[in-house]
Design a protein around this ligand. Structure first.
Ligand code: PMP
Length: 435
């Protein structure tokens, strides 16, 4: 019997006891290729000696200092490093302990910014229906997945959702990418106008939609159009790169590939690579200045924010990625992964789509390949694929069922950046067998 409440109340889980490179090892000695990086977390794989050494060194010096009394060397170093490579205009970093905390902080920064500059009527948040922003109440409100929200609805702040994200099924037959981008951006503008353009504070979106839709990148120019719309109405653009950021798509930030900079950006997961819980908000000088000139502080905070060992782990992870030029490997191995998946599933009756950027790849499972008809959600095909993959020593991240009227099943692949050609090929063989 377990005394632990798992995600599934009666879950029987293998016990993970060790990690080595891209593999996890359970108590029975079974090995699993971590082809999902957990949930796009373990970018350096497991047991990386340089990160462990950095953690040991930091623990020997200082484990914790409350940010109400002190700053610390690792926290300062991490902020410096993040700002040096941030999207244009983002000049400050706020360190928290994970993705949901980062989203909560970003939403509150947006709100406080408008209060500080004398626009307290700006309060509405616009987001997309096919999105996940976290499980705390503010982040859950921002996410559009009705299944996750339903029972907590009375506790959620009002958020206004628009369609579509860019899963292929939303594109009209014969619609060009340009027309599709324009239509999707128009939905954002229409919602802002409907709510009152001077009453909206922020539009929040994942740059590449992760868990909910399965690594769906935006159509070209969509984010540029959205950026222009936000600027036109004075609305802040929040990009959530908790899952798709920190190198996962082949550039440090996914939005670099769209040539767009947000006003606020959230990062987590790959930031600490799973070695410590850490997340961050990167914010513009304009927002920072409004706090500095106004009440003098951001009215928020958590006990563990800017934690020295968490920051030291993140500095080590990011230093290794740069030193070993791992983003080059993300691009090369990402290309190979998609190519191999397309070869393997080229005529598979139940694979409808392979998509993504870098080592952030979604495989869509459908009942009918040609018509792209999804399976009955009650069958939970994604969960079956996950189980079959685990039985073959492969971790893939499943999602599916009904997401706001959008039926579909997919699995997400997000292997560590250190993955090799042979390992990519093995991942595809095992996933092929599982599907
Ligand atoms: N935003 C996005 C885009 C995510 O994918 C996630 C986690 N899957 C979160 C926020 C929440 O992060 P966390 O689970 O660390 O709270």
């Amino acid at each position: 019997m377990t005394h632990l409440l798992h995600r599934a109340a009666n879950a029987v889980m293998p016990v993970a006891v060790a990690g080595e490179g891209i593999e996890l090892i359970d108590a029975d000695g079974r090995r699993y290729i971590d082809a999902s990086g957990g949930a796009a977390v373990s970018c350096l794989g497991h047991g990386h000696p340089d990160v462990i050494a950095a953690l040991h060194a930091q623990l020997d010096r200082l484990a914790y200092a409350h940010t109400g009394f002190f700053t610390s060397e690792p926290a300062e170093e991490l902020a410096r490093l993040l700002v040096a490579k941030a999207p244009q205009g983002l000049t400050r970093a706020y360190l928290v302990s994970g993705g949901s905390e980062a989203v909560e902080a970003a939403l509150k920064m947006a709100r406080q910014h408008f209060v500080e500059i004398g626009q307290p009527q700006r309060r509405h948040v616009v987001a997309r229906r096919q999105s996940y922003h976290g499980n705390t109440l503010g982040a859950l409100a921002a996410g559009g997945n009705e299944w996750r929200r339903a029972q907590f609805r009375p506790l959620l702040i009002e958020t206004h959702h628009v369609d579509p994200c860019f899963a292929y099924r939303f594109q009209e037959p014969g619609e060009s990418d340009e027309a599709y981008a324009a239509r999707a951006a128009q939905a954002v503008e229409d919602k802002i106008l409907e709510l009152g353009s001077d009453e909206v504070m922020a539009f929040v979106a994942e740059t590449v939609v992760g868990a909910t839709a399965g690594a769906v990148p935006p159509v070209a120019d969509y984010l540029k159009r959205v950026r222009a719309i936000c600027d036109r109405y004075g609305v802040l653009l929040i990009l959530d790169e908790v899952m798709c950021g920190m190198g996962r798509t082949g550039t440090l930030h996914a939005c670099e590939q769209d040539a767009v900079s947000p006003d606020l950006m959230t990062i987590a997961k790959g930031l600490g690579g799973g070695y410590q819980p850490i997340g961050a908000v990167l914010l513009s000088e304009k927002i920072f200045e409004s706090f500095a000139r106004g009440s003098g502080f951001f009215q928020h905070g958590h006990t563990y924010m800017g934690h020295p060992t968490a920051a030291a782990a993140a500095v080590a992870v990011q230093t290794v990625i740069e030193r070993d030029r791992l983003l080059d490997n993300v691009v090369a191995m990402g290309d190979r992964l998609r190519r191999r998946l397309e070869e393997r599933f080229g005529d598979a009756p139940h694979v409808g789509d392979v998509r993504g950027r870098g080592l952030f790849v979604g495989v869509e499972i459908v009942e009918d390949r040609a018509a792209k008809t999804p399976f009955d959600p009650a069958l939970k095909l994604h969960a079956h694929v996950k189980r079959e993959a685990m039985a073959r020593g492969l971790m893939v991240y499943p999602m599916g069922g009904t997401v706001d009227g959008v039926r579909g099943d997919h699995v997400l692949l997000a292997p560590p950046f250190i993955v090799t050609e042979t390992e990519i090929d093995e991942i595809v063989v095992r996933l092929g067998d599982a599907v």
